[in-house]
Design a binder for this molecule. Structure first.
Ligand SMILES: [Mn+2]
Length: 231
């Protein structure tokens, strides 16, 4: 496993990104169908938090097995890993955040999820014709993408990882300082009413898991795709 992963440009089709899924893979599939997502050539990038809250969390394993689906590790994946691997987890908080489906599984059935989640990088970098686009779950602990990459690859500083997966500071403060060395950084974690850009950081969690409004962002154009009329 690598905490940082770089993915080459898609020369065949579109690269789309989506915010937190939280167990709503069927709603997400309906959104993908409306924009004509073609798994033969297109790819979908997730900013993490695939599971908990929604009814179909176990389908995360099926999605993670698809060659066109790529995700970073969100704080909810991190909770599952910590729980099985002996870390300290506030179980009441975890249940309140939708983790009961996982906590109530026997340990041997938790293992395949944790194995898949451990394989997810903390940050992804995807090449596009206009330059690299980064993905993280929550926020970058550094204003330099190169520094973040080096930290994840060589230091594994738990404090830096914590910001990547849990921070809400940028949105709370309205911080517009860009992350240099990368065209855009795509994040989720904190729900927003509409896609919100601060500096070059794009907040994509428009609550598809609560209201049904997933926003799909085209990585090449940095445009939010609208579903087909009447769909
Ligand atoms: Mn989150």
């Amino acid at each position: 496993m690598s905490r940082y992963r770089r993915i080459a440009a898609n020369t065949q089709g579109r690269d789309l990104a989506v915010g937190d899924i939280h167990g709503h893979f069927r709603r997400l599939q309906a959104c993908l169908d409306r924009v004509g997502f073609d798994p033969a050539v297109d790819r979908l990038f997730s900013v993490g938090d695939l599971v908990d809250r929604g009814p179909h969390s176990p389908e995360a394993l099926h999605w993670l097995a698809q060659p066109w689906f790529h995700a970073v590790q969100g704080n909810h994946e991190s909770l599952a890993i910590s729980h099985l691997c002996g870390g300290r987890v506030d179980l009441a908080m975890y249940r309140a955040a939708g983790g009961s489906w996982f906590l109530d599984l026997p340990a041997d059935q938790q293992e395949p999820f944790v194995e898949a989640f451990l394989n997810l990088p903390i940050a992804l970098e995807v090449d596009t014709p206009e330059g690299p686009v980064g993905l993280l779950h929550a926020d970058s602990p550094f204003s330099s993408w190169a520094q973040l990459r080096d930290s994840l690859l060589y230091d594994d500083d738990p404090a830096a990882r914590e910001v990547c997966q849990w921070s809400r500071r940028r949105l709370k403060e309205g911080d517009t300082v860009p992350v240099e060395g990368v065209r855009a950084v795509l994040v989720g974690h904190t729900p927003v009413l509409a896609v919100k850009v601060l500096g070059n950081v794009w907040h994509l969690d428009t609550g598809g898991w609560s209201s049904g409004c997933f926003s799909l962002l085209d990585l090449a154009t940095l445009q939010v795709l609208s579903p087909a009329p009447g769909a």
